[in-house]
Write a protein that binds this ligand. Structure first.
Ligand code: HEC
Length: 450
């Protein structure tokens, strides 16, 4: 029997697996970016400490390092595998396409990562146990390994937005997949953000030093303010380049999202510029509570919308401009022996081709029509829309109202003539047999209009 290589769909009501992925991812970005940023910061501080003979900087690095071990490494190592688990259930074929393209890149990244984890322990533990020159060299290798993990991962994640260059489809080669138009702006955008994060976290450490070493605390708050300011500036600069280096399919959604995003970025830039300026010119005003609150602010108002934007802009794809978010392959990739599945799905439908459809639902009857409709909507639409009336994640009910579809007939017409022809750049081409459209439309009509 002919079947598509699909997996069961894990459906999370209201927020969808996308938000689950987003929540895990954003936490992980906070921890991982801080740790990479801190590795660059440590290289800088260790250089200063060694060349300017300033032992108190080691004291600061030690405090920072211990904080980092818990904050970044323990939490980062929990949320990192968390991403694997979440991605596997949220988008099994998406993660599979990344693995099939980048298995050795990932293996290399893990080597760097292991060095990074061992490195941070060694760095903190040996700080006053080995000679300073050796410690300085250790710090440099730690920074190289950390930035290495970032560079490799960013290449892989960029492939989700825009597959390397066009040659990739015929060669299927790793380097053609890795070096895309989007890769470098993305990489430097994140490096800027990491440097900024290392400063923002650095202020949590320095502001907590008021009692034991006030002079150092004040100096480090100032330094962290300057470092954050520089990091923030790099982030803004490369964010603009990043926006210019987006694929065609992103432009339609960009038009809808840009005003909100620009407003958000302007407010954040003003807020954090003021914060960094206070750190530089009035360092004593920064206390532990303020510094911690600002970490939360950047997490909730900076990282969450930022990562959400990236996820939205790559719609309708999850990887390589061939794997749609709804797990269907949308084009041929001869270099990888991958075949477009859309025509087959259009001819035969989910009910025949999806191995996970229960037998009793394979034939539509008046009794099971709504149930089949819901199951098909989960398969075809729920990766990008929550189906609940009060869903939070791009609720389909709201989308249907926006498109002014008032009954089952018009919903069916919309799916057939608009989504089914692939004429909306941010939605996959979902072409299905008539009876499947019919079942989905009946179910969606009940959800939205009844
Ligand atoms: C790859 C992600 C994705 C999938 C899968 C998807 N949609 Fe959408 N859909 C979107 C996005 C993005 C929007 C734009 C929403 C916005 O304005 O933020 C949208 C908007 C809509 C709209 C409103 C009209 C419009 O153009 O803004 C309707 C109706 C709709 N979707 C129905 C569906 C149905 C029905 C399915 C399943 C058969 C589906 N979508 C599957 C991403 C998707």
């Amino acid at each position: 029997m002919e079947m598509l290589g699909l997996y069961p769909v894990f459906y999370v009501p209201n927020i969808g697996t996308a938000w689950l992925m987003g929540l895990t991812g954003v936490m992980h970005v906070l921890f991982s970016h801080t740790s990479v940023g801190a590795s660059i910061l440590f290289a800088f501080l260790a250089y200063k400490a060694y060349h300017e003979d300033r032992p108190e900087l080691y004291y600061y690095m030690k405090k920072y390092g211990i904080f980092l071990l818990v904050f970044s490494y323990v939490m980062g190592s929990i949320t990192g595998p968390g991403i694997w688990y979440t991605a596997t259930v949220a988008s099994p074929r998406g993660i599979s396409s990344l693995i099939h393209n980048f298995v050795w890149v990932w293996a290399t990244e893990w080597v760097f990562f292991i060095y990074e984890v061992v490195g941070v322990f060694a760095l903190v533990y040996f700080m006053d146990k080995i000679d300073r020159k050796t410690h300085l060299k250790l710090t440099y290798t730690f920074a190289i390994a950390s930035v290495g993990t970032l560079a490799l991962i960013v290449g892989i994640i960029s492939f989700m937005m825009w597959p390397g260059n066009d040659a990739y489809y015929n060669t299927g080669s790793v380097s053609d997949a890795f070096f895309g138009i989007n890769t470098f702006p993305h990489m430097f955008l994140r490096i800027g953000f990491m440097v900024m994060m290392s400063g923002i976290i650095g202020m949590v450490i320095s502001s907590a030093m008021k009692k034991e070493n006030p002079a150092l605390g004040v100096e480090m708050t100032q330094k962290m303010g300057i470092i954050s300011m520089i990091g923030g500036f790099i982030t803004m600069l490369f964010f603009m380049w990043y926006i210019l280096a987006l694929p065609e399919n992103a432009h339609a959604l960009m038009g809808k999202l840009l005003p909100g995003i620009i407003m958000n970025r302007i407010i954040l830039t003003v807020l954090f510029s003021v914060y960094f300026a206070i750190a530089i010119f009035r360092p004593k005003w920064i206390n532990k509570s303020l510094a911690s609150v600002m970490v939360l602010v950047i997490l909730i108002f900076g990282l969450w919308p930022g990562e959400k934007l990236r996820e939205s802009l790559r719609k309708p794809y999850i990887a390589g401009h061939y794997m749609y978010s709804n797990q269907i392959i949308g084009r041929d990739v001869p270099g990888k022996g991958i075949k477009n599945e859309v025509p087959l799905l259009a001819a035969k439908g989910y009910l025949k081709l999806d191995p996970w459809v229960p037998t009793r639902l394979r034939t539509i009857t008046p009794e099971n029509k709504l149930e089949v409709g819901r199951m098909l909507a989960i398969r075809a639409c729920s990766n990008c829309h929550s189906l609940e009336k009060d869903g939070l994640y791009r609720p389909i009910v709201v989308s249907i109202r926006i498109a002014n579809l008032k009954d089952a007939e018009s919903i069916k017409g919309y799916m057939k003539n608009v989504i089914g022809t692939g004429s909306i750049p941010y939605m996959p081409k979902i072409a299905l047999p008539d009876n499947e459209y019919d079942a989905i439309a009946t179910y969606l009509d009940v959800q939205a209009n009844k």
